[in-house]
Design a protein around this ligand. Structure first.
Ligand code: FAD
Ligand code: DLZ
Ligand code: SF4
Length: 508
């Protein structure tokens, strides 16, 4: 009897588990653009446009290979509005009783699929290197879960950058060669241009009409939307940017949103690229003498280390992870995150490019928008929803551990051993943002004082009980305690006044 084969918007890989299990001559592939997925957060229009275009093209590729595909567009009058609803509709049309699906990357959708009355088989998503069971075995009995040790296991498992059983170059991690500030360079090649086509144009019209109020612009649309384009983007990165990826991965420059970053997470997370093909291309570039080891090791670590580690944490910790709030932060996310004016140039830059591209690189996410939210005590659930909505590469399995764990310390220290907080000095060192800011990064108090400077100390003092005993933070507390008392009081009072003004909706 016919079975329904579910392929979700971020499962656009021809060898995805559900398709491998299916019988091309008997089964029906179900793909659907649905309101429930498009609206569970107010996604950036480019994110929805990217996925719907890539889904439509992928369905076309499957049909060309001989699959029967039932594809529902968002504006189809029969659209049931949700993935389970679409499965039930197709089941009643075909008489199918059973569904084969690849496990979704979000507990919400896993639960919704399990709740359908259909005979549901959820197969493990083996596009990842590390299964849930393998991660749980690795984590079991460890006092703390640290990415660095997990990463070494993944290096051994994949053989990437290995010299026998030793790491290439004698070390696992070459980060001490990285983290330089960058200079403006008009000849730096960004990602390859997008090529317009009728499928994309139709989707852009649909999204602009259906989601006119969502934060973010849709045109000009900068991304690739099929496997061939994603491969072009990967090759372009390896050729032009990978050699400098390591040295400048933490740098930030006004007007240069990508620097030497790959801008491939959206393709990888949607299934248009695979983990091993990306890493092998990077390794080949190193072995051919095209890219240095510090860059290639750093890049591969992000993918087989951080990315796999984050997914492991999400599934290990369970559905309540996104509601954690270890620091009891309760402030509302300020309107500047949704595009309202701010006098802080670093925030205006990171949020502005997020609006225009649905993209910011790691350090902008972590040390600008994330750092500010943490210092200001914003409710982590609201921060999580923002990140899940605004980035074209955002899916809960990867976004939540990055936000709730790494960025907001709301999991109490599962992902990181200390919070990622810094004063304005870090942003000044790694960027050119402070030069054209209304605040002065060198000012520690007074009307021009950089808000990051004020909030940094007030954060540390608010959470003294929790962090003073952390050996990696003790020095910061000693520095504060050495300030004269008037200065300490002024810093804390000005931080409070800043937060009050922000809470009342003033432009800060
Ligand atoms: P590059 O900087 O070129 O890195 C190469 C690849 O490494 C990325 O494409 C990505 O696949 C992987 N990678 C790097 N860092 C991480 C990481 N910390 N976790 C997982 N993968 C990583 N990444 C997402 O894919 N989706 C998200 O929703 C997401 N949300 C984030 C939220 C916060 C607060 C922070 C600090 C990081 C987040 N990241 C997320 C990780 C990282 O910022 C993005 O993967 C990266 O910016 C994507 O751009 P890129 O492809 O140019 O990456
Ligand atoms: C993100 C997203 C959006 C916006 N729309 C759809 C959709 O209409 N149909 C679909 O199958 N998938 C969509 N997705 C991706 C899902 O939300 C994603 O599969 C889950 O969040 C699990 O990662
Ligand atoms: Fe950001 Fe402070 Fe620098 Fe302004 S001075 S750009 S607020 S770090």
């Amino acid at each position: 009897m016919v079975k329904l084969i579910l392929v979700l918007g971020d499962q656009l890989s021809p060898d995805i588990a559900a398709l491998r299990e299916a019988d091309k001559d008997r089964d029906l592939v179900v793909m659907a653009e649905v309101a429930a997925e498009a609206e569970y957060v107010p996604h950036h229009p480019m994110k929805i446009a990217f996925l719907f275009t890539a889904m439509r093209k992928f369905a076309g590729e499957l049909r060309a290979k001989g699959w029967q595909v039932a594809y529902t567009r968002l504006d189809d009058p029969e659209n049931a509005g949700s993935i389970p609803g679409e499965l039930l509709r197709r089941a009643s049309e075909t008489g199918a009783k059973a569904v084969i699906a690849t496990e979704p990357g979000e507990f919400r959708l896993i639960g919704a699929l399990r709740d359908t009355p259909l005979d549901m088989t959820l197969l493990p998503d083996d596009r990842f290197l590390c299964s849930h069971q393998e991660f749980a075995r690795w984590a079991e009995g460890r006092k703390a879960l640290r990415m660095e040790y997990f990463y070494r296991e993944m290096r051994r498992k994949t053989g990437l950058l290995m010299d026998g059983d030793q790491p290439e170059g004698g070390k696992w991690n070459f980060d001490h060669d990285n983290r330089k500030p960058a200079k403006a360079d008009l000849f730096r090649k960004g990602p390859p241009e997008a090529r317009g086509d009728p499928v994309l144009d139709a989707v852009l019209d649909l999204i602009e009409a259906r989601f006119p109020d969502n934060f973010g612009t849709c045109r000009p649309f900068p991304y690739q939307t099929d496997r061939a384009g994603a491969l072009r983007a990967l090759n372009h990165f390896v050729e032009h940017a990978l050699p400098d990826f390591g040295a400048y991965q933490d740098a930030m420059l006004e007007g240069d949103p990508h620097l030497y970053h790959a801008v491939i997470a959206l393709y990888l997370n949607a299934g248009l690229l695979g983990v091993m093909e990306i890493c092998k291309k990077a390794e080949e570039a190193y072995r051919a003498g095209h890219a240095p080891l510090n860059s290639v090791e750093g890049f591969i670590r992000q993918i087989i280390g951080w990315r796999e580690f984050m997914r492991g944490i999400y599934f290990l910790e369970g559905p309540d992870y996104t509601r954690r709030n270890a620091l009891n932060h309760q402030r509302k996310l300020p309107a500047m995150y949704w595009g309202a004016q701010t006098r802080m140039n670093c925030m205006a830059q990171a949020i502005g490019q997020t609006r225009d591209l649905g993209y910011a690189h790691h350090i902008q996410r972590l040390m600008v928008t994330g750092n500010f939210a943490l210092l200001a005590g914003i409710n982590p659930a609201q921060v999580h929803e923002w990140y899940l909505a605004v980035y074209v590469d955002a899916y809960e399995w990867v976004e939540a551990p990055n936000v709730i764990g790494m960025s907001q310390f709301a999991d109490g220290g599962i992902v990181g051993s200390k919070p990622y907080v810094s004063s304005g000095a870090y942003i000044d060192r790694m960027s050119d943002y402070c030069k054209s800011c209304a605040y002065k990064v060198k000012a520690k108090t007074g009307p021009d004082a950089c808000p990051f400077n004020l909030l940094y100390w007030s954060f540390l003092i608010r959470h003294r009980d929790r962090f003073a005993g952390n050996p990696r933070m003790a020095q910061m507390y000693r520095t504060f305690d050495k300030m004269d008392e008037t200065r300490r009081k002024t810093v804390l009072a000005e931080a409070e006044a800043f937060l009050d003004r922000m809470g009342q909706g003033a432009t800060v």
